[in-house]
Write a protein that binds this ligand. Structure first.
Ligand SMILES: *Cc1c(COP(=O)(O)O)cnc(C)c1O
Length: 329
């Protein structure tokens, strides 16, 4: 049941994917399994290597049915084989970086990204012997120039938090493939409705599900969607070894929020467009950044790549020089 494969539309997928009526009670709404441990006849050890495809549930760090329900829902929306849910968006970024990068490797990371991710890339990764170059991802030539023989990961974010700059995902995915590197995208601001990351060639689609996917401000979580073998590697490293798993209660809340994501994104887009147009008409506002505005330098890319313009707006009052002077005071 994948929305991206068009066998169902996004509204049906958001509601039904990952869910089945409960076989014992017939309940149609998803149950909340607050269980750390599961009783099974299958013999398995407590190693990440014991993680099996479609194996029985054993212990929550390997998997939990309520968390798995959310993982399947997000994978269906993204059109990927699998998804890993973790404790926060930052845990999702950490899962990508610490699963696929080792000492001696090199990563190319967007020069503007969510503050926590920027600091993780700039401070933590080099401390672990991982070289990082930060590059403007809207400039493919700069990305190509930054790639080295040991580049293992290109991490993008589009639209980027907080300045709304866009990355041409298909173009950067081609560069990553040529380099034999994985490409990840923090798609939090776009939501799964905003762009078809998997069709554009992104290997690892990351979300802070705390934001649009959960949508109610009551649960923190993170997700990475991608191919089965990549997700299994991350489950072994990030969940089983590093331990930053998502609570089943949060998964249940987030899945409940996600069921109306397609409708919420339409409302966010309409509301943001109205606010962006109003801001553009204000004499004190010198710049409005919203991908849906025809005045945007990247509007062509937005129309080509984005299927929902999302609700995030950046704007500037006064000049950049004025802003810097204020900052220095
Ligand atoms: C909020 C956010 C994160 C971090 O997510 P948490 O759930 O707060 O850990 C990462 N990337 C982007 C773009 C975000 O907006």
């Amino acid at each position: 049941m994948t929305y991206r494969n068009r066998s169902t539309g996004p509204m049906t997928t958001a509601i039904h994917a990952g869910e089945t009526p409960d076989p014992t009670t017939g309940a149609s709404a998803p149950p909340l399994h607050m269980s750390s441990t599961f009783v099974t006849d299958q013999v398995a050890g407590f190693s990440a290597h014991d993680l099996e495809d479609n194996g029985a549930f054993l212990y929550a760090r390997w998997g939990n049915p309520t968390v798995q329900m959310l993982e399947q829902k997000i994978a269906a929306l993204e059109g990927t084989e699998d998804c890993l849910c973790v404790a926060s968006g930052m845990a999702a970024a950490t899962a990508i970086f610490l699963t696929f990068l080792s000492a001696g490797d090199h990563a190319v990371v967007s020069d503007v990204s969510y503050a926590g991710v920027a600091e993780l890339a700039r401070d933590t990764l080099p401390r672990l012997g991982i070289a990082v170059d930060t590059v403007n991802m809207s400039d493919p030539a700069a990305v190509a120039a930054a790639i080295r023989p040991n580049t293992k990961l290109i991490h993008t974010e589009t639209p980027v938090n907080p300045i709304g700059r866009l990355t041409d995902l298909a173009e950067i995915a081609t560069l990553a493939k040529q380099a034999g590197a994985l490409m990840s995208c923090d798609a939090t601001f776009a939501s799964p409705l905003g762009q078809d990351c998997s069709a554009l060639g992104v290997d690892l689609i990351m979300h802070s599900v705390t934001k649009y996917i959960g949508g109610h401000g009551d649960a923190v979580g993170g997700a990475v969607a991608g191919r089965k073998e990549l997700i299994a590697q991350m489950r072994g490293e990030a969940s089983i070894h590093h331990g930053g798993i998502m609570s089943p209660f949060n998964a249940w809340l987030i899945a409940r929020g996600l069921s109306l994501l397609p409708m919420r994104m339409k409302a966010h887009e309409a509301g943001a467009m109205a606010v962006a147009q109003w801001l553009e008409a204000q004499p004190s506002v010198t710049r409005v950044i919203y991908p849906g505005l025809a005045s945007q330098p990247q509007h062509d890319l937005a129309q080509r790549q984005m299927t929902n313009m999302s609700g995030m707006i950046a704007f500037q009052v006064g000049s950049a020089a004025q802003g810097e002077a204020l900052h220095r005071r």
